[in-house]
Design a protein around this ligand. Structure first.
Ligand code: TXA
Ligand code: MG
Length: 329
């Protein structure tokens, strides 16, 4: 049997060992407030190549660089007033900027683009780790390419445990969906490339203007490079409903089909009926979505039927994940 990655607790000794492994060009899985990431020293080309290998990720899909703060960001990309304003409002947190890259960032990180994606996560364990690193961390979500993103150390161990040595435990990810990505190359017209854990409306309120958004309602293909329609996908086929699933359908439903509802139903409480929140709270739905999809995917069901969230706030990120999970070629 292949060796299984060790899950390490975030104490000083383990953090020191992990920084050393990263400095030596090894991969380490790390917690963030959104999802777990698979990290390497972003300035080390060979180390970053290992990320693509472990995830079986195509080389045209660029990586996000993680930094401790806005001051560090300025070492790796050209910045502007809009970035400074958004960082002051939302960093550390689930917001990624795309900005013109400086030559110090290797091409492998950006898939040859002349821009780089950068964010500063708020997870306390992540911050403890990075504050002792003198390099940024390139880290995609720590899932095999196109599978469901991990929100627990155990998820990483289950999928990548035979390909990496260590996973830093930071508990369950609080937010549960990836960061929002905003293209700030033209500071006068910011553009959302991927809906994520920071609602688009929050960015608009901070900038006091409307910003361009991807049309994920009509096409599952986001405009961020490297993104494919099928992603975040369980192996079990997933049907997505645009209108709420009614009690009548649940009453007569087939037990080989898992129902994934946004909120707890009033009556139908049998084992194949699952829900993501008590009352439809979007933050609870986002936080549980990926873990629940994994649970249903390994639950022996023939099919999963899920409901779309309202098309606003965090609902936009939740629906983008659900639509791509449901996409079939
Ligand atoms: O919350 C998150 O963002 C997580 C955690 C680990 O930080 N990371 C994450 O990384 O979601 P990943 O690799 O799963 O998604 C990164 C996406 C790429 O697929 C690409 O679409 C976009 O970020 N991206 C990266 N660099 C870019 C660039 N230079 N221009 C446009 N989009 C870029
Ligand atoms: Mg990902």
């Amino acid at each position: 049997m292949n060796p299984v990655a060790t899950i390490l607790q975030p104490n000083e000794t383990n953090l020191r060992d992990m920084r050393k492994s990263l400095r030596l060009g090894q991969l380490v899985a790390i917690p963030t407030e959104t999802v777990y990431g698979l990290a390497a020293n972003a300035l080390d080309e060979d180390a970053c190549a290992k990320i693509f290998g472990a995830k079986e990720r195509p080389s045209e899909d660029p990586l996000i660089c993680h930094v401790p703060d806005f001051e560090a960001l300025q070492r790796y990309c050209e910045t502007n007033e809009t970035a400074a304003q958004l960082a002051a409002a939302f960093w550390p947190g689930p917001l990624t900027f795309v900005l013109p890259k400086k030559p110090i960032i290797p091409d492998i990180v950006t898939a040859g683009l002349d821009s780089v994606a950068v964010r500063s996560p708020s997870h306390p364990v992540f911050r403890q780790l990075i504050e002792g690193c003198d390099f940024p961390l390139a880290a995609p979500s720590a899932n095999p390419f196109s599978y469901i993103s991990p929100t627990l150390a155990l998820h990483v161990q289950a999928n990548l445990g035979d390909r990496i040595e260590t996973i830093l435990d930071g508990g369950p990810c609080e937010l549960g969906v990836e960061s929002t990505i905003v293209d700030l190359r033209n500071p006068a017209s910011p553009q959302i490339l991927r809906y994520g854990a920071l609602p688009a409306e929050s960015i608009e309120n901070a900038l006091k203007c409307r910003i361009a958004r991807p049309d994920t309602e009509h096409t599952p293909v986001a405009i961020a490079p490297g993104t494919l329609p099928k992603h975040y996908s369980p192996r079990t086929p997933l049907d997505l409903r645009t209108s709420p699933i009614l009690e009548d359908e649940l009453q007569i439903s087939d037990r080989n089909t898992a129902y994934l509802l946004l909120r707890k139903p009033p009556h139908s409480l049998s084992n194949h009926i699952h829900w993501l929140s008590e009352q439809g709270e979007l933050d609870a739905i986002a936080a549980r979505l990926f873990a629940k999809l994994r649970e249903l995917d390994t639950g022996g069901y023939q099919k999963i039927v899920a409901e779309e969230a309202p098309e606003l706030g965090l609902g936009l990120a939740i629906n983008e994940r659900l639509r791509r999970a449901a996409f079939r070629t």
